[in-house]
Design a protein around this ligand. Sequence first.
Ligand code: PHE
Length: 452
Amino acid sequence: MSSQRSSFTGKIGFVLAAAGSAVGLGNIWRFPYLAAKYGGGIFLLTYLVLAITFGFTLMIAEIAIGRKTKLSAIGAFKALDKRFTFVGVLGAIIPIIILPYYAVIGGWVMKYFAGFASGATEQMADGNYFSNFIGSVGEPIFWFALFIAITAIVVFFGVEKGVEKVSKIMMPVLIAMILFIAIYVICTMDGALDGVIYYLKPDFSNFSVMTVVAAMGQLFYSMSLAMGIMITYGSYMKKDISIEKSTRQIEWFDTGVAFLAGLMIIPAVFAFSGGDAAALGQGPGLMFVTLPQVFNTMPAGSVIGAVFFIMVFFAALSSSISLMETIVSILMDKTKLNRRASCLIVLGGALLLGLPSSLGYSAWSSVKIIGMQFLDFFDFASNSVLMPIVALITCIFVGYILKPKAVIEEVEVNGKFKSKGLFTVMIRYVAPVFLLVILTSSILSAFGIIKI
Ligand code: PHE
């Protein structure tokens, strides 16, 4: 792969490609339901603090490692220190776990687009519509297979650039729409203001270790960190682009979209449930239950719903492409298989691994792994276990083996590294200790050993 390593043409090219990978279902679907579930304002605050400290530190480290070595994750760790090759390998497992269940949800998004486009708005606004849909066997599998097949076709033909262009146009429109829906909900619906308060005002009595565990996992997930993706992107980055500035931009952009998505969904949940707290804990279905109800009250709701879901589809597609591309390129590097064979293998594997996540809501709903459904389990295994492990070892590696100086030098290739002090303290002391605590508590609580 290194032989055909291309460069991003300019700063905007890098920022947009990284943002295309970062902004996706994590922002629009996952962030709002976690914020609703784990305490509203206090979750938001925790997330923001973590983003400007942890997120910033890790992203800088990953991009710098990539640009320094000009290699993707496994090769990069190997080149820097052979003993740490396993971190690259561990990181490479994460996209393999995420991609299949990501495609299951991508399939739900397509189904909702099709539903609104065919004018079934009223039916979709019914509270039981979503659970009936995912509770059936065939349809969700059909949409999941379609989503993963589209991803594979794009990766196979190498036309990511085309999708990137489309998402570049779609992204600003999507943001404008989210803002419009948020304003519509807040201004026209009774009870929505209570939701705004719940979302914005930190209530410290809602705080628990789980708030931090969830916010941390979400941070890695949303910013595509701790799995080697940013290392790969960094390896394509030219030397005359500021790593520090680009990192800040990607972070703000990603966090901004997530923030607005929460502002759109949480007040709507309050308005429709009459402030019933149980409605906040709905989990993965939140977006699919609440938004159709909003669209149903709007004039031309079917059109707005269809346009909204097709844009979410494109945001999801640009992320799933980056997931699949990572897996395919590792496979090509390691096995010398060609792109076509690699794509087919990844497609087949993702289909197989995604099935349990889809069936977990229907035929296999009685099967539980440590008390979780398949989709939740995969989500937990990647976000709350593997990613903190990879992040922890990355911090130890950069902090004590490679030394922060190496990263700082890479960042300073073009200008001063303003947050150098923050970076050094975070990567050596704060991040490793914190990650260790988080990791231990999330594992212990999953096995029911402690309650957090
Ligand atoms: N960051 C993407 C999102 O928020 C998901 C993703 C995770 C993409 C990991 C690539 C790698 O939806």
